[in-house]
Ligand binder design. Structure first.
Ligand code: ASP
Length: 423
């Protein structure tokens, strides 16, 4: 049964209104900042409630839609290589800009003081894993526990193993295949319902942010913020170049049709919360095939975070400059590795990468003190890097689909966007 609602303002407009009202409410009722945050936290919790199963069922659905295992291996390797290479390039760009723009040089004495002596702030940061611990932890020792505890990378590995096994069993696993596809549609529907609450969540988060964060901190860390914003903007342009060269497509329709997804990412600071919107948009507006939408995009949401990679790289240089530590060539190589790993491992939730910042700084012997001060502007930068994260996932999905010749170019280039199908 379909119920018709007369009021059908597009979600991104509702989100935008939530954003503006949040800024107003936050500046007027600063004492209630923490109360406003409750709205946003409820939304993120709802997303977290379903995102583990969503990723598992979407990935297995994507894999089992590719009947031929060679097909899956090729698409899987292609996607992973593209994701890892773009992340590593993002880190290199972050490091280069960190060197050119020197965000950690010329800070006001008061800020330097806080960073140097902020053991309290440093203590609030969770203990980071070593690279070895991180690699070992990738293999699930208990897949069910990883599901329950939202360990996304382990879920990805378990999903790939499950999908590959279902494919190997051929006709014998037909029922499992159908079941997985049906459960995946239930997960999509649930996310679709939860996402309707996004405007409220954005209102809450904005009001909290504006209410708690003084403008002074933005002012003193302006150089760091500008460096991150500039690098993210460059990365955004690079996606267009990649679409042109490797996808052999004009990037203009991509930039036009990705906006709703970006608004969602910008306002929720969570690529996981944006995944379902992105999946719907690339399929219905850009003409990406169902199998790429179900496989390449969720994989990207789990392993590919270019904005996060940039952020980790620039922050590492920021701290090196603040503490006057001169990094050697091999330090840069280590940073490229750890920032890439950090961007792969970060959970796609607000401030999901902070724990990995500890790992990155540790890897080249930079002190962890002072991460606390970054937390002050983290949320603001998180909005931008999450937008870049999900844009990168969508761009690679488009490129892979085009290279597989499964992209519907007519839909991609069409000006009239057909409305998203209700599942
Ligand atoms: N918030 C980011 C995301 O969801 C992760 C991060 O960089 O903190 O993509």
């Amino acid at each position: 049964m379909t119920t018709k609602t007369k009021w059908s303002m597009p979600l991104w407009q509702q989100v935008f209104i939530g954003l503006v009202l949040g800024v107003v409410a936050g500046s007027m009722f600063q004492e209630h900042a923490e109360d406003f945050k409750i709205l946003g936290t409820i939304f993120i919790n709802l997303i977290k409630m379903i995102v583990g199963p969503l990723i598992f069922f979407a990935l297995v659905t994507g894999m089992t839609s590719m009947q031929d295992s060679r097909n899956f291996t090729r698409v899987g390797l292609k996607s992973l290589t593209a994701y890892l290479l773009t992340s590593a390039c993002a880190v290199v760009m972050g490091l280069a800009l960190g060197n050119i723009l020197e965000p950690g040089i010329g800070l006001p004495e008061s800020v330097k003081d806080i960073i140097h002596h902020s053991s309290v702030a440093g203590a609030a940061v969770p203990k980071p894993p070593t690279i070895g611990q991180f690699l070992i932890s990738l293999i699930p020792t208990n897949a069910m526990r990883d599901m329950v505890e939202d360990h996304y990378l382990q879920i990805v590995i378990f999903s790939i193993f499950t999908g590959a096994t279902i494919n190997m069993m051929g006709d014998k696993s037909q029922k499992a295949r159908e079941l997985v596809h049906e459960v995946a549609s239930i997960c999509f529907k649930m996310i679709e319902l939860i996402v309707k609450l996004a405007p409220l969540a954005v209102f809450g988060f904005m009001a909290w942010m504006v209410g708690t964060m003084g403008l002074d901190i933005i002012d003193s860390l302006a150089k760091l913020m500008l460096a991150v914003l500039f690098a993210c903007f460059l990365q955004y342009l690079i996606f267009g170049v990649l679409i042109l060269i490797f996808g052999r497509l004009s990037p203009l329709p991509f930039y036009k049709k990705i906006i709703d997804t970006q608004v969602m990412a910008f306002s929720t600071s969570s690529s996981k919360a944006t995944l379902s919107t992105a999946m719907r948009e690339v399929e219905t507006k850009m003409g990406v095939s169902k199998k790429s939408t179900n496989f390449v995009l969720p994989l990207g949401a789990c392993v590919n975070m270019d904005g996060t990679a940039i952020y980790l790289g620039i922050c590492a240089l920021f701290f090196a400059q603040v503490f006057g530590i001169h990094l050697q060539f091999h330090d840069y190589l280590v940073l490229i590795l750890t920032c890439t790993i950090g961007s792969v491992g970060a959970a796609g939730i607000p401030s999901g990468s902070i724990i990995f910042m500890g790992m990155v700084l540790n890897s080249v012997g930079l002190p962890l003190e002072g991460i606390g001060i970054i937390l002050g502007v983290d949320r603001l930068l998180d909005m931008v890097r999450t937008t870049v994260n999900i844009t990168g996932d969508a761009a690679i999905t488009l490129i892979v689909d085009s290279s597989e010749k499964t992209l519907n170019e007519k839909v991609y280039y069409s000006k009239t966007v057909k409305p998203a199908k209700k599942k």
